[in-house]
Design a protein around this ligand. Structure first.
Ligand SMILES: Cc1ncc(COP(=O)(O)O)c(C=O)c1O
Length: 386
């Protein structure tokens, strides 16, 4: 029976426990499994290689992404590390010009040492992607919407370019989740998640996922997952599964709040710019509408110079200054010194990650309380008043 996403969130993957009837998949807190004789195991050998609770989380995320194979990792970066380990010395990746700072960091300071390099491109223009391709390029890596400027990439258009040149298209789908966007159905080959964010949803578990459709690719990734070993723990797998059950209701409220706040900000004179692909004025609006079921709940804005952005962060009462995003509580961060500090200053400036840029992960609190908090924090940070 083919079921819709809201049912899949509850019943996808492994639905409960066959043996006891428990409605939740048990936490198999074990490292190893009894073997009935040499070479005779019951499907499980060692929990780095496979664990039933992790397996349930992996199958669930794969189902949601409309993929055949899911892999669970100890963090989003462990997932990214494993995907990047598919490449060899001399290979190059074409990468979106604004993506999570940690992805730049691992490319710059880890994979660069092994001569796996990258070229930064504005992937919102598929022509620029094509221009950057030469015989060394083996993959295109995008986030859409990207972190922190919410730049939208036309996934189908870039998939067409990538496949024309026999390249893999890798999409980090953390910001939207499969509830709003399913990149494999748009032509992507590999989907990556920081499950730490909306999938977990409660700021209480670090996790990562990779989903693919191609069997060969899945075998390579399973090999690397086991060989590198950054796997998702049983307890953490349970927490992600629990989080995903409410993903739909959370995302609906997240997006509803974000739409209202983005509009309020853009109509105010507190800010110089609002980045949110759910606003008709946003350059990514049309593509976003075409390829996703909503614009997500990440907003970035540039505070007007009349306000002291440092004071703004200190004056917030309910919204919390913190790294991360995607939890039920609203969080703000300062990309230039926090999430994107790993990006060299000149590139930061060039792409628009200015000092006044504020990234807002809109939570599911009462939206009017959130607006009131923003308003009082901005107004009380007016420079002349200090
Ligand atoms: C878009 C995106 N991808 C990947 C990551 C890395 O995930 P993790 O922190 O779970 O390692 C992050 C973290 O903020 C992110 O925002």
């Amino acid at each position: 029976m083919s079921i819709k996403i809201n049912s899949l969130l509850i019943h996808g993957g492994t639905d409960g426990d066959e043996i006891t009837g428990a409605v939740n998949v048990p936490i198999y807190q074990t490292t190893t499994y009894k073997q009935d004789g040499i070479g005779k195991n019951r499907g499980w050998e060692y929990s780095r290689t496979g664990n039933p609770t992790r397996d349930a989380a992996e199958k669930l995320v794969a189902d949601l992404e409309k993929g055949r194979y899911g892999l669970g990792f100890a963090s989003g970066l462990a997932a990214i590390n494993t995907v990047l380990s598919l490449f060899e010395a001399g290979d190059r990746l074409v990468v979106s010009d604004n993506i999570y700072g940690g992805t730049f960091r691992i490319l710059d300071n880890v994979f660069n040492k092994f001569n796996i390099t990258y070229t930064i491109v504005d992937t919102s223009d598929p022509k620029k992607v094509e221009e950057a391709i030469d015989e060394n390029v083996k993959a295109v890596y995008v986030e859409s919407p990207a972190n922190p400027l919410l730049t939208v990439t036309d996934i189908k258009a870039v998939a067409d370019v990538a496949h024309k040149h026999d390249l893999l298209l890798i999409v980090d789908n953390t910001f939207l989740t499969p509830y709003l966007q399913r990149p494999l159905t748009l032509g992507a080959d590999i989907v990556i998640h920081s499950g730490t964010k909306y999938l977990g949803g409660h700021s209480d578990v670090i996790s990562g996922f990779v989903v693919v459709n191609d069997e060969e690719l899945s075998k390579k990734l399973y090999y690397l997952q086991n060989a590198i070993g950054g796997v998702l723990a049983p307890w953490d797998s349970f927490l992600v599964i629990r989080g995903i059950k409410t993903l739909g209701v959370r995302m609906d409220r997240h997006v509803q709040n974000a739409q209202k706040i983005a509009r309020w900000l853009s109509e105010s004179d507190y800010v110089n710019k609002v980045y949110y692909p759910g606003l008709e004025s946003d350059p990514g609006y049309e593509v976003q509408k075409k390829q996703a079921d909503g614009a997500g709940a990440m907003i970035s804005f540039v505070l007007d110079e009349r306000y002291d952005y440092r004071k703004f962060f200190e004056n917030l009462k309910m919204i919390t200054l913190a790294e991360s995003l995607g939890g039920v509580e609203s969080l703000v961060c300062h990309p230039a010194t926090m999430t994107h500090a790993a990006i060299p200053a000149d590139i930061r400036k060039e792409v628009g990650i200015v000092d006044e840029l504020i990234r807002f992960s809109v939570g599911i609190e009462d939206v009017d309380d959130l607006i009131d908090d923003l308003k009082q924090a901005i107004e009380s940070s007016l420079k002349e008043a200090n």
